[in-house]
Ligand binder design. Structure first.
Ligand code: SAH
Length: 389
């Protein structure tokens, strides 16, 4: 029987973000271990999950929605699942505390600076979301104001007052999102202060991260995740490595010291731009990054007869796709290291690779998202026959 205990967070029921809120941390880990075993155990051995020492306030990125409540009071927080109602949240068990404080300050400043919050129903008002990202190692803080239009009459005094209240902020960006729908960030941006991005350190490397680039949200666990992935790769300095779904190049750059060369492919152009800068600022000369669909790129590699020795893939929750996996089988790398944030799509994709001649050697779950039901996993697969495809 699982121990049920009082909820730690007063918003838990409405917010729904921390599905394992009622369980002590060791039980959360045990449950994730069981789930990984159930979903993936038939493929190969599942190692004990890597947990966190302090599983709270790990989220380095916080997004708050702004709205008016029924009394026309400004609230900020999280959308209630399946609805457009905002659950007011001022401090959250898993979010970075500096980020939460900045969001509360911004809310308190809006009336003085005549900033109206956006109303989805009427399409009036201006401020939709505030996103804060903090580099845990560098302390750099980026604030992104997401608004319905670029017109911001009180911009100068507002930014000045915000920086006076929070001197830890290193950059402020205005992002314009004038579309309906659940996507937080729009495509237009204006830097109001600082560099328009943050830097963070991971595994001894420095990474620049732009507002729309993906970056792992739990940096403490990310180091464990990447070290596992690089360890599984067992590079000898001779390999050509593909880092598919590479984001800002974190896995490829971390692995580059052990490889002959690394090629990264990523759909998001901002992230590719960051990855190129990241190779440069770390003095890494054997990494190349390219923008595009990973499946299309892999298909091209297969067509051109290119055979990477090792492929890292770290796709979004939906997993990889038929095009990528079938082309990977044609390229026939000796090793595949699959980093996944969804064990269900991972199981589906491992099935495809297993029937194409790959054997799962080990499976390492990592707890990147304490208090939630999500599990991250690193899987090492090796090619079982030497036959050329
Ligand atoms: N490996 C990186 C990023 C992982 S997140 C890290 O650890 O930080 C998954 C990444 O896949 C995101 O950056 C997303 O933009 C990218 N992506 C999503 N669909 C893609 C596709 N079809 N082809 C290439 N990249 C894709």
């Amino acid at each position: 029987m699982e121990t049920i205990r009082p909820l730690l967070c007063p918003h838990a029921k409405k917010c729904g973000g921390c599905q394992l809120q009622h369980l002590p941390y060791e039980k959360q880990l045990a449950r994730k271990q069981r789930r990984t075993q159930e979903l993936l155990g038939d493929f190969g051995p599942v190692l004990p999950i890597l947990g966190m020492e302090d599983p709270t306030h790990y989220r380095n990125k916080v997004t708050a929605a702004f709205a008016l409540d029924t009394n026309r009071k400004i609230v900020s927080g999280i959308y209630q699942p399946g609805s457009h109602a905002v659950v007011p949240v001022d401090d959250c068990l898993i979010e970075d505390e500096t980020a939460d404080r900045i969001i509360v300050s911004i809310r308190g400043m809006l009336r003085d600076f005549k900033i109206k919050v956006y109303d989805e129903r009427s399409g009036t008002g201006w401020l939709r979301h505030v996103l804060v990202r903090r580099g845990f190692s560098t302390g750099q803080v980026l604030v992104v104001l997401v608004a319905a239009s670029p017109v911001f009459p009180t911009q100068k005094p507002f930014v000045k007052a915000l920086l006076e209240k929070h001197p830890e902020i290193t950059s402020v960006v205005l992002n314009v999102n004038d579309r309906f729908g659940p996507v937080v960030l729009g495509t237009r941006e204006k830097v109001l202060f600082g560099e328009g991005s943050i830097e963070d350190l991971l595994c001894g490397y420095r990474f620049r991260i732009s507002p729309r680039s993906f970056y792992q949200i739990n940096p403490v666990q990310t180091e464990k995740l990447y070290r596992t992935a690089v360890d599984f790769a067992q590079l000898t300095g001779k390999e050509t490595v593909l880092d598919a779904y590479c984001g800002v190049g974190t896995i490829g750059i971390t692995a580059s010291v052990g490889a002959k060369q690394v090629i990264g492919v990523e759909l998001n152009r901002d992230a590719v731009g960051d990855a190129i800068v990241n190779a440069r600022i770390n003095g890494v000369k054997n990494c190349w990054f390219t923008a595009g669909d990973a499946g299309e790129y892999m298909e091209q590699m297969a067509r051109d007869g290119m055979r990477p020795d090792l492929v890292f893939l770290d796709p979004p929750r939906s997993g990889s796709d038929e095009r990528f996996l079938s082309s990977l089988l044609r390229c026939a790398p000796k090793r595949v290291v699959y980093v996944s944030c969804d064990p269900e799509t991972l199981a589906r994709d491992l099935g495809v690779l297993a029937s194409g001649g790959y054997k799962v050697q080990k499976i390492q779950p990592v707890d990147m998202f304490p208090y939630t039901r999500h599990v991250e996993t690193v899987v090492l697969m090796t090619k079982t026959d030497d036959g050329e495809k």
